[in-house]
Design a protein around this ligand. Structure first.
Ligand SMILES: [Zn+2]
Length: 352
C-alpha cells in the first residue's frame, strides 16, 4: 500500500489541508481501475469505518499477490468540512463560507478534459481545488464508489440508469435493501463522473456505460458506525471488487432481490406544519396507502393541536429524519414505491 498526501492551500494565511490517498498497485493492466472515497460529507463516517477495514483486507490480499486492479482509496475525502465546527456541532454537509453542498457543483466536463481539472489550481478556492482533485482521481478509474450515509436509513444506493442492471452485483454483494435509480441530472460527485463518461465522444451522449460504474452508496444512518457493521460492509465491497476481477479470489454472488425504483417513485414525506414529530412507523417497514406515518404536535396542549401524516401510496420506508422538532415542509421520510409519486419533482437529487 502506497500512501501519499494531496496538499491543498487554504484560503486564509497559515492554513493548508492534507488529504491522505492510499494506493494499491494491480498486477493486471486490463483489470478495471478502482476509486473508493468516503466522508465527502465530512460528518458521514460509516464509509470511513468501512474503508479502514477494507484497507486491512486489501493489504492481506496484496501480501498474497491477489490484487489485479489499481485501487485508490481516499478514507476521508473532506478535511475542509471535517474542520468546520459551529457551536460545538460538526457541519460536514455544506461549506460554511459559500453554503454550497460539498457533494454538489462538481465540474460537468467530458473525460477528454480530465487533465484540465488540475491545471492552474491556484485560480480556485480551497473547496474547488479539493473537488477538482477528487474528480481527477476518479476519472482515471473505471469503478467509482462514493460512500455516504443518510439520516436514519436502510442501506441503499443511488445508481444512474446508465449502469443498471449491470450494477446489481454491487447491490447483491453489499446486501443492499433498496436501490434508487437516479437520472444523472445533478452536479453531485457520482453524477459528474458519469456525465464525463457519457460525454466522452464529442457531440454524443452515451445512455449505457458497460464496464463502468459510478455510485453513491448510502451506508445506513449517521450513527450506524460500529465495528461489526463496518467489517461486514467491507467484506461486501471486497466481494464486489473480486466479482469484477479486481481481486484474484473466487466469489459467487446471489442475485439482488431488493427493490430498484426510479427517483420519481420515491415519496418524499414532508411535514405539513412545524411541530413535534411522533413517528408511528420505522425504516424497513412496508406501509400501505393511507397508513399513519407520523403525528405532528403543532399546538401542544390544544384539543385540535395535532396533524396527521399518512402514506400517499404503498411502499418501503427507506429513510427517516432523526429530528423530533421539525419545520414546516421539512423532510420526514423517503418511501420507495412501485408507481410514480404525484408530487412534482425537479430533475436531479432528492435533497439539497
Ligand atoms: Zn452524503
Amino acid at each position: 500500500m502506497n500512501i501519499s498526501e494531496i496538499i491543498i492551500a487554504g484560503d486564509t494565511h497559515g492554513i493548508e489541508w492534507r488529504l491522505p490517498v492510499l494506493r494499491f498497485k494491480g498486477s493486471d493492466p486490463k483489470a478495471p481501475k478502482i476509486y473508493i472515497q468516503a466522508a465527502l460529507h465530512a460528518n458521514e463516517l460509516p464509509g470511513t469505518a468501512l474503508v479502514h477495514f477494507l484497507c486491512e483486507m486489501l493489504r492481506r490480499a496484496e501480501s498474497a499477490g491477489q490484487i489485479r486492479s489499481d485501487i485508490i482509496v481516499v478514507p476521508h475525502a473532506n478535511p475542509i468540512g471535517a474542520a468546520q465546527s459551529h457551536f460545538g456541532e460538526l457541519q460536514g454537509r455544506f461549506d460554511l463560507a459559500s453554503r454550497t453542498n460539498f457533494n454538489r457543483e462538481f465540474p460537468l466536463i467530458s473525460v477528454r478534459e480530465r487533465d484540465g481539472l488540475v491545471e492552474n489550481l491556484d485560480r480556485f478556492a480551497a473547496v474547488e481545488k479539493l473537488k477538482r482533485q477528487l474528480l481527477h482521481m476518479a476519472l482515471g478509474c473505471d469503478l467509482v464508489i462514493d460512500l455516504h450515509c443518510d439520516d436514519e436509513s436502510l442501506q441503499y444506493a443511488y445508481i444512474d440508469d446508465a449502469f443498471w442492471p449491470e450494477a446489481s452485483d454491487l447491490a447483491a454483494a453489499m446486501e443492499m435493501e433498496a436501490v434508487l435509480l437516479s437520472d444523472g441530472e445533478s452536479s453531485a460527485f457520482e453524477e459528474a463522473v458519469a456525465f464525463a463518461w457519457k460525454h466522452e465522444k464529442a457531440g454524443e451522449k452515451a445512455s449505457k456505460l458497460p464496464g463502468k460504474l459510478s455510485v453513491t452508496v448510502e451506508l445506513r444512518g449517521r450513527r450506524d458506525v460500529y465495528p461489526d457493521l463496518a467489517k461486514k460492509d467491507a467484506e461486501g465491497l471486497l466481494r464486489f471488487l473480486a466479482s469484477r476481477g479486481a481481486i484474484d479470489t473466487p466469489v459467487a454472488l446471489a442475485p439482488f432481490t431488493g427493490p430498484a425504483v426510479a427517483l420519481d417513485n420515491v415519496e418524499m414525506i414532508r411535514a405539513p406544519a412545524a411541530g413535534t414529530v411522533l413517528f408511528h412507523r420505522n425504516i424497513g417497514e412496508h406501509v400501505a396507502e393511507g397508513d399513519l406515518l407520523a403525528t405532528l404536535i403543532t399546538r401542544p396542549g390544544m384539543a385540535d393541536g395535532t396533524a396527521e401524516v399518512r402514506a400517499p401510496q404503498a411502499g418501503l420506508i427507506v429513510t427517516r429524519s432523526t429530528e423530533r422538532i421539525v419545520r414546516g415542509r421539512a423532510d420526514l421520510m423517503k418511501i420507495a414505491c412501485k408507481t410514480a409519486s404525484k408530487a412534482a419533482r425537479k430533475a436531479g437529487t432528492l435533497e439539497d
